[in-house]
Design a protein around this ligand. Structure first.
Ligand SMILES: Nc1ncnc2c1ncn2[C@@H]1O[C@H](COP(=O)(O)OP(=O)(O)OP(=O)(O)O)[C@@H](O)[C@H]1O
Length: 343
């Protein structure tokens, strides 16, 4: 029998209760992560990236959250599992790295104890074996004096060192999947690069699958094998990283990529689409959800029920509007006129 993919998310919907109604923050999303593959999920704040990641980890509180669809981890559906079984899988086979290391760590427990604790539940190692492994892990994540850090408390460490400790905890049980939710956003720019290098090295050594949530496209270019672009709870484009950067198609992806200034190309100005992701209650639930942000593109350019379509091998795009899209200050491909935004 063929081995199932490491993670196969099928038709996942995550809805939050606001007053008496459930609103989907992740809406019928399907995504696969293979062994040893880094899949980046990008999109602006509020697109549903974290809601998706938390669902994979089973970390949404049952109250006021509804998770529907299938999350197959090595072929086993996690959605119907109870907390006990999920705890067994989580930690042992999945690691998570959150944005802010300070809130991820217990301020009242030494670093050594916190790393060991992550092994208590999932391994049968003796106390001295756990200590030995903890010191190895600290050294592996680039902590210069493991013996000293072992005895320290989180507040005694710098932000970068704390995130290294969080990474040590995430990889303590050699998980096959790591979910990294904005792992460097809370850190200084110079430290960000070091932490990303560390993650990249560890991923290569351990052949871990990674879901990397970020809005830093530089990080995506360096780390990801494939990229899923989310907008308003849906995936609007998915492709391998080279294709996505060379030939972005969806207007939203094009706008995201245009928002990074290029060091090599002298662009007169950056084309960026204005506006923000609507709040959960105000999300359009039919048609192209991006339509209101590209009002200069005709209604007829949009599909009534836009679906993800494979436009070339492994490159999927939602809605036909990408075929008719141009930035307002570019020449209109259809008419040859210059479009001038009035607002
Ligand atoms: N527990 C909750 N209850 C109600 N609404 C929520 C809850 N969690 C998230 N949301 C809403 O769901 C939508 C998606 O949120 P999510 O945090 O997944 O976005 P995101 O893309 O990860 O953004 P960010 O980069 O800011 O974390 C947002 O509109 C957010 O306000």
């Amino acid at each position: 029998m063929e081995k199932p993919p490491l993670l196969q998310i099928e038709d996942l919907t995550v809805s939050f209760q606001i007053q008496d109604t459930y609103y989907p923050a992740v809406d019928h999303v399907s995504l696969t992560v293979n062994e040893n593959e880094v899949v980046a999920i990008v999109g602006e704040s509020g697109c549903g990236k974290s809601a998706l990641a938390l669902a994979v980890m089973g970390l949404h509180p049952e109250e006021k959250t509804k998770v529907e669809g299938r999350i197959l981890f090595k072929g086993q559906d996690l959605v119907p599992l109870g907390t006990g079984k999920l705890n067994e899988i989580r930690g042992a086979e999945m690691g998570i790295i959150f944005q802010d290391p300070l809130t991820a760590l217990n301020p009242l427990m030494t670093v050594g104890r916190q790393i060991e604790e992550s092994m208590d539940y999932h391994t049968k190692l003796s106390g001295s074996e756990k200590k030995k492994r903890t010191l190895e892990l600290l050294s592996r994540v680039g902590i210069p004096y493991p013996e000293r850090t072992y005895k320290q408390y989180p507040h005694e460490l710098s932000g970068g060192m704390r995130q290294r400790v969080v990474i040590a905890i995430a990889i303590a049980c050699q998980p096959s999947l790591v979910i990294a939710d904005e792992p460097t956003t809370a850190l200084d720019v110079t430290i960000q690069a070091q932490i990303m290098d560390l993650l990249k090295d560890l991923q290569r050594q351990m052949k871990t699958g990674i879901i990397l949530i970020t809005h830093d496209l530089g990080v995506v270019a360096e780390m990801a094998d494939r990229v899923a672009v989310m907008y308003a709870g849906e995936i609007v484009e998915i492709a391998d990283v080279t294709t996505l950067f060379k030939n972005p198609l969806h207007p939203y992806t094009r706008s995201l990529l245009n928002s990074i200034p290029s060091a090599t190309e002298a662009k007169e100005r950056l084309h960026v689409i204005q506006g923000i992701v609507p709040s959960l209650k105000n999300l359009p639930r039919s048609g192209c959800r991006f339509k209101s942000r590209i009002g200069w593109i005709s209604d007829a350019a949009h599909e009534e029920n836009p679906v993800l379509r494979e436009v070339e091998n492994g490159h999927w795009v939602r809605c036909t509007c990408y075929k008719h899209f141009y930035f307002p200050d570019e020449q209109n491909m259809e008419t040859g006129d210059m479009y001038h935004a009035t607002s």
